[in-house]
Ligand binder design. Structure first.
Ligand SMILES: Cc1cc2nc3c(=O)[nH]c(=O)nc-3n(C[C@H](O)[C@H](O)[C@H](O)COP(=O)(O)OP(=O)(O)OC[C@H]3O[C@@H](n4cnc5c(N)ncnc54)[C@H](O)[C@@H]3O)c2cc1C
Ligand code: SF4
Length: 331
């Protein structure tokens, strides 16, 4: 492990100054939330910062605010996954997010892991994490195409075929969240399509954050009465691991008729993967087992599996069908 300096800024402007000072003196600065992922990557020399800017001491960045109007919910980037899981309003009105946060890793990681760190975590592709010089490491090839691709993308792949590793990201997309970002030029807000980037847009990165920008908060619009949501995650072992396939689904229901739907898949694409055609088939309809099955079929219509991950296609179909039906039948 390369030696680095640990910096503990007192507030956000101080953090941004420290990051900028490092960059302007030719040093590499990394941002740490809980540090649970970053420190592992530093130990494995996947990243080699000169300075780690630790946001943990900044007061207020871990707060969760609820509002009656406008953004129903604003969650500070430093809020821990555990605090999101236990928050009563999130559990009641934004269940998909509470369930997604609760499905992450272990209780120990959820205690220290932050929402921003979870959304910004780097890919867990075996090749990248083991130091192969692939696109994600600044190289110009992908080893998974002809190698081990059991856990890779069936949608949106190329030239990298990673799957986005975060459980909370599909839930945030399903809830139509906006990302609040601070940088040297002030604050900006990014919609989901501006925040997450496909490898064909930038093969080395998963989001549009510049190296000197900090994800400070996530804002979620208030939920309509009648909104039901759920996160369903399939893993290759019983617990404490990333999704092989997941679905974050939000249905706005008028009794048993679906007014609108948002269906976002995890574990299957380099970004949280929305399936608008499957959403449209539910809109304005009474949800029956047949309709839920049709939504599952449509959700995978564009899938392009690799040599070893075709099993994800029927799995995705089943996860969508089952989650839609369970939500529709929920009183
Ligand atoms: C055994 C194991 C199992 C896991 N299982 C799952 C799982 O099932 N589901 C899942 O979603 N994740 C899983 N993870 C990943 C885990 O959730 C993340 O490591 C954790 O959520 C990261 O949070 P953190 O605050 O500690 O991030 P950090 O380690 O602090 O940061 C992670 C990344 O985000 C960047 N970052 C952090 N905060 C900010 C910010 N505010 N602005 C900009 N960039 C920032 C860092 O620079 C770094 O690149 C697992 C990890 C392990 C080790
Ligand atoms: S899928 Fe992405 S991270 Fe994995 S080897 Fe290919 S380029 Fe690297």
């Amino acid at each position: 492990m390369k030696a680095f300096t640990n910096a503990n800024p007192r507030d956000l402007p101080h953090a941004l100054t420290l990051i900028q000072q490092a960059h302007s003196s030719g040093q590499h600065a990394s941002i740490a939330g809980g540090g649970s992922d970053l420190l592992g990557m530093i130990k494995e020399r996947i990243v080699e910062p000169d300075v780690v800017v630790n946001l943990k001491a900044i007061k207020g960045l871990d707060q969760i605010f609820t509002y009656k109007h406008g953004p129903g919910l604003k969650i500070g980037g430093l809020a821990t996954l555990d605090s999101i899981t236990r928050h009563q309003v999130i559990r009641r009105q934004y269940a998909v997010l509470a369930e997604a946060a609760d499905s992450v890793a272990t209780p120990q990681i959820r205690n220290v892991g932050t929402l921003a760190g979870n959304v910004c975590q780097r890919p867990w592709c075996w090749y990248f994490r083991n130091g192969f010089p692939c696109y994600k490491a600044g190289g110009n090839q992908c080893f998974s195409i002809t190698g081990e691709n059991q856990f890779h993308a069936i949608f949106g792949g190329g030239p990298s075929f990673i799957v986005h590793p975060s459980d909370t990201a599909p839930a945030l997309v399903a809830l139509d969240a906006k990302f609040h970002i601070a940088g040297p030029k002030g604050e900006r807000t990014a919609t989901l399509s501006e925040f997450f980037v496909l490898p064909r847009q930038n093969a080395a990165r998963e989001n549009s954050l510049a190296p000197d920008e900090v994800l400070v908060a996530v804002a979620i619009p208030s939920a309509h009465p009648g909104t039901r949501s759920a996160y369903h995650k399939v893993m290759d072992r019983e617990a404490w691991t990333h999704a092989v396939v997941s679905a974050a689904i939000v249905l706005d229901m008028d009794k048993d008729v679906c007014r609108s739907a948002r269906i976002v898949l995890g574990g299957v694409a380099p970004i949280p993967w929305r399936v608008p055609d499957a959403e449209r088939v539910l809109t304005g309809q009474r949800i029956t087992p047949e309709l839920a099955a049709k939504a599952g079929e449509i959700a995978v219509a564009e899938a392009k599996p690799l040599a070893k991950n075709a099993y994800k296609v029927p799995l995705t179909k089943a996860v969508v069908r089952r989650t839609v039906l369970q939500l529709a039948q929920r009183a």
